[in-house]
Design a protein around this ligand. Sequence first.
Ligand SMILES: Cc1ncc(C[n+]2csc(CCOP(=O)(O)OP(=O)(O)O)c2C)c(N)n1
Ligand SMILES: [Mg+2]
Length: 614
Amino acid sequence: MASTKVSDYILQRLRDWEVDHVFAYAGDGINGLLAAWGRAGNKPKFVQARHEEMAAFQAVGYAKFSGKVGVCAATSGPGAIHLLNGLYDAKLDHVPVVALVGQTNRSAMGGSYQQEVDLQNLYKDVASEFCETAMVPEQLPNLIDRAVRTAYAKRTVTAVILPADVQELDYSPPGHAFKMVPSSLGLGHYAPVPADQDLERAAEVLNAGEKVAVLIGQGARGARAEVEQLADLLGAGVAKALLGKDVLPDDLPYVTGSIGLLGTRPSYELMQECDTLLTIGSSFPYTQFLPELDQARGVQIDLDPHMIGLRYPFEVNLVGDARETLLRLLPRLRRKKNRKWREGIEKNVSRWWEVMQRRAAVDADPINPEYVVHALDGKLPDDAIVTADSGSAANWYARHLRFRGRMRGSLSGTLATMGPGVPYAIGAKFAHPDRPAIALVGDGAMQMNGMMEMVTAAKYHHEWSDPRLVVGVLNNRDLNQVTWEMRAMSGAPQFEESQHIPDLPYAEIARCIGLDGVRVEKPEHVEAAWDQALAADRPFVIDFRTDPAVPPIPPHAELDQIEAAASAILHGDSDRGSVVKQGFKAKVQEFLPGGKHRSDRPGAAAHDSTEENK
Ligand SMILES: Cc1ncc(C[n+]2csc(CCOP(=O)(O)OP(=O)(O)O)c2C)c(N)n1
Ligand SMILES: [Mg+2]
């Protein structure tokens, strides 16, 4: 029998950790590993991306939607460098990802050799919790075990650097001897809970409050029922950070939806008016969307002592698993008898959805992107997994999609990088081949990454039991989110050279590579296109010709920003007339219910506005 090489052993150890997929790209820095894959009958499955950054994004998407560690692999030098942006996306969103990267032979290291990059230093930041180079076979299994375990335990990125010649050595395990480090598999379940006296203090704060706001993030996943019970007891409203969008369904009347620049008005008002803030499993960064620093008494629950106490002067910081902590907190809470605060929130929420409906109905040239996403909302299959790219699509994803039941969704929440929309969806298809995935992607992001990853979709879709991977491209021929930021923040006229991007026949390209797609140029064809895509027997690209003049208006008073936009237009912006018209047309929808004007002052009382609906 042939000997077991280090590379064979690495794949075996990954299988032992129940790693089923490795998102990767070949190169001679990992030739030993590739040969081992051949000997192992492609287990774990090598999933070939078009680019190492895409492999990393696929690993992130896979990890986000499966709850398992994502593993990616790349060759030395350029391959390892390409992985980095995807790895940072994982690190910043607290997603467990392991990177296996090649390195030149040990004999060449330090010799300025071809493709030799100081990976230990390059990866020192992104894999700050664990980054090690295998120099002798006996370092295994320890290096793999610690890489996987640390990624899970710290929800972060770890890396193992594998010199090419070490991959080819015969494996020999660590012995029972001095300077040997044996190791073992697994990481038992554990769920830390706060001390009783801290729970008592938290309960005192929450019981004393009359207007409780809850902010949840991805850390509240797994505590859905407990968050619902808490919100019910306290008569609270619940706002969701972007990464927590799929943690609590939007059809609960007190869920105010997303928070922040891409968020909803009811979330904004909830934070403006509350007297108590409970944050569960979120490190939502934009503190200006939280209550004033002296406005509310605060309690935070977070699993990670490193992340607690951040963002707000919380009075009580509970370090613990969200569910286990809430289970201990709930019996200590008293039901609020006065439900006025809650009723106000619910009215604001239902009013907001009406506003969304009207905003989607505003005419645009040729298609309003808000309508594109709003139309999808009603058609989302119950088991859909939705991804969005960075760009204006993230606004419409955050605001127009109402997640129900077991729907899942994610985007690059913290790095906010362009490009993960399609590769996340591919990662989702490997995590759940029986569920439909839908990606909302700008044309810039589609040109940057998405288009080429459709080749990956073409290569693999036959293996998915549900072949649906729908990509909705918002084709506005513009890097629109940034164009609007330039207009709103600085009043700068649009700089055509940086912002305009070429038109591509996205659907036609999809058809050329054996997939399907349509271009949609009229609003009346939007719904039929979604229906066609969701009934397709293969990945499908819809090229929506959308209007770049529809503004992604933030949820708070933005008249001043709209004015800045107007001045940019007056100073020679190419879209002028159309932008002014569109900006005011969309904004005006927020003033319309019952035909009455409402205060747009930040901090306008949450319940004031609901008076208008009577
Ligand atoms: C890798 C990367 N490069 C640049 C940016 C800055 N950026 C954020 S959104 C955006 C525009 C995206 O354009 P597009 O994909 O066409 O979407 P749109 O906003 O037009 O809908 C840019 C350039 C970024 N976030 N990430
Ligand atoms: Mg665009």
